[in-house]
Design a protein around this ligand. Structure first.
Ligand SMILES: [Zn+2]
Ligand SMILES: [Zn+2]
Length: 458
């Protein structure tokens, strides 16, 4: 074996886009898959990474964290290749259990109501089987990837959500660092990623690019966002309204519940009831089980502090929620049609006194983006087949509580790790192109699309 060996790299999804993130790495003898997610904006078999590019069972599948765009296709892959081993941190495994079983339930509803081909992609039994094939690994613990292979991997703290990790892959003659999703600043519950000093030489860096095109994400501090958010919610509650906070089920929901609880305890927010939707609450419970993964000063609340929003597809339940001032943290964060945040917003936008405050990334193609950028008087539709309603509400805002690194930090990380090859993934073409341009010429730079195979020299 030569000291420096090339590898080949193929995005199965998540090349020059965000979604179905999954990357195949091949050496002479081995094949590894990093992440295996479903596309949040596609349905049915269309939402899967292109697993037809796998010629055989991968030697290992390594999952960076439990967002479904990184792990949602794992049960499907394991069903195709039952002998495959999956690796994730113990906390990620805990969250995956909740996220994947929830996906089965959602896919079953969609199959019934919208007749989507291929749904459900897998069953609850398939989820359980995939989790039995998954090894729980602790952070910073180097582990062998295949019984007889000289390849190892190691999970490194990534600061994004509970359990999230970057992956350091030591293959024969080639070292790869895959960032996964990363956050460099501290959040309410997560300690941010600090640049590692003990990685050693890295041949190939595979880096997320979510905020490559967003020049504003750099400038805004977390404390300032919290103050603006607090003022906005206080204003709504003072006029007798309800504040709706659409949030991702994993990460942003738990963070926002703790922000609200802290502000209430400090007397900065009125002591009104706080509601959370089912999956977000279930994941909060997993946060309790893996407290060691959180910021040392994070103070989780008893789950009983947050009430359930209930079955929001029944209008009387939503009407009940809106009777008195309260704060509702509900999925989905981008207000995808027919989710709890959309069902509650359908009522809220028709009244003057309430408020809607987005707190995370908003894809331009989503309902949340449309609602945020609509004008009072606009007609809005919150689910397929539902009647359009007229927007009366004026108080709709966006706060930047992102769990992704701003582009300046991505830039610094590249300089710090100083690899030979940089592969940009997990970003819109605009974001990837900006980073590609802005990264100096001291690196070989790549941004393959899904299905494109590139060769990376060590
Ligand atoms: Zn993520
Ligand atoms: Zn992601």
């Amino acid at each position: 074996m030569s000291k420096h060996s090339p590898i080949s790299f193929t995005p199965l999804g998540g090349g020059r886009e965000i979604g179905a993130n999954s990357y195949l790495i091949r050496t002479d003898a081995q094949q590894f898959v990093l992440d295996c997610g479903t596309h949040p904006k596609k349905d049915g078999v269309e939402s899967l990474p292109d697993l037809s590019l796998l010629e055989r069972a991968p030697d290992a599948v390594i999952i960076s964290h439990a967002h479904v765009d990184h792990c949602g296709a794992v049960p499907y892959l394991v069903q195709q290749f039952p002998g495959t081993s999956v690796y994730a941190t113990s906390a990620t495994m805990g969250v995956m259990d909740r996220m994947l079983h929830n996906s089965v339930s959602v896919m079953r509803i969609l199959a019934r109501e919208r007749n989507i081909e291929g749904y459900p992609l897998y069953s609850h039994e398939d989820v359980d089987f995939a989790l039995r094939r998954t090894h729980a690994i602790e952070l910073d613990q180097e582990f062998a990837l295949h019984e007889y292979a000289e390849s190892t991997a190691c999970f490194r703290h990534a600061g994004h959500v509970l359990g999230s990790a970057s992956v350091l892959l030591r293959l024969p003659g080639h070292t790869v660092f895959y960032t996964g999703d990363i956050c460099v600043s501290d959040q309410e519950l997560m300690t941010g990623l600090r640049p590692a000093t003990d990685l050693g030489p890295v041949d190939t860096l595979v880096i997320e690019s979510t905020y490559g095109a967003n020049m504003h994400a750099d400038a805004i501090g977390y404390e300032e966002q919290t103050e603006r958010f607090c003022a906005a919610v206080t204003r709504v509650l003072a006029r007798g309204g309800v504040a709706l906070v659409p949030a991702f089920a994993l990460g942003r929901t738990q963070e926002m519940l703790n922000v609200v609880a802290r502000l209430q305890d400090a007397g900065e927010l009125p002591d009104v009831p706080v509601y959370a939707s089912g999956l977000g609450r279930a994941v909060y419970e997993v946060y309790h089980r893996f407290e060691d993964f959180l910021h040392p000063e994070a103070e989780l609340q008893p789950l009983s502090r947050f009430s359930r929003v209930g079955d929001v597809w029944q209008n009387r339940v939503v009407q009940g929620l809106l009777k008195e001032p309260c704060i509702i943290v509900a999925t989905s964060g981008m207000m995808i049609e027919n989710t709890p945040s959309a069902m509650i917003a359908e009522e809220i936008v028709q009244r003057e006194e309430h408020g809607i405050f987005f707190v995370g990334y908003l894809d331009p193609d989503t309902l949340g983006h449309k609602v945020l950028h609509s004008e009072p008087g606009a007609k809005l539709m919150f689910g397929p087949g539902r009647p359009a309603v007229r927007r009366v509400l004026t108080d709709i805002g966006h706060f930047n509580f992102s769990a992704h690194a701003p582009r300046s930090a991505l830039h610094e990380l590249i300089q710090h790790i100083n690899p030979k090859n940089v592969v940009f993934v997990h970003g819109d073409p605009e974001a990837i192109d900006w980073l590609h341009e802005a990264t100096g010429n001291g690196f070989r730079k790549f941004s393959p699309v899904a299905g494109e195979t590139i060769t990376l020299e060590a």
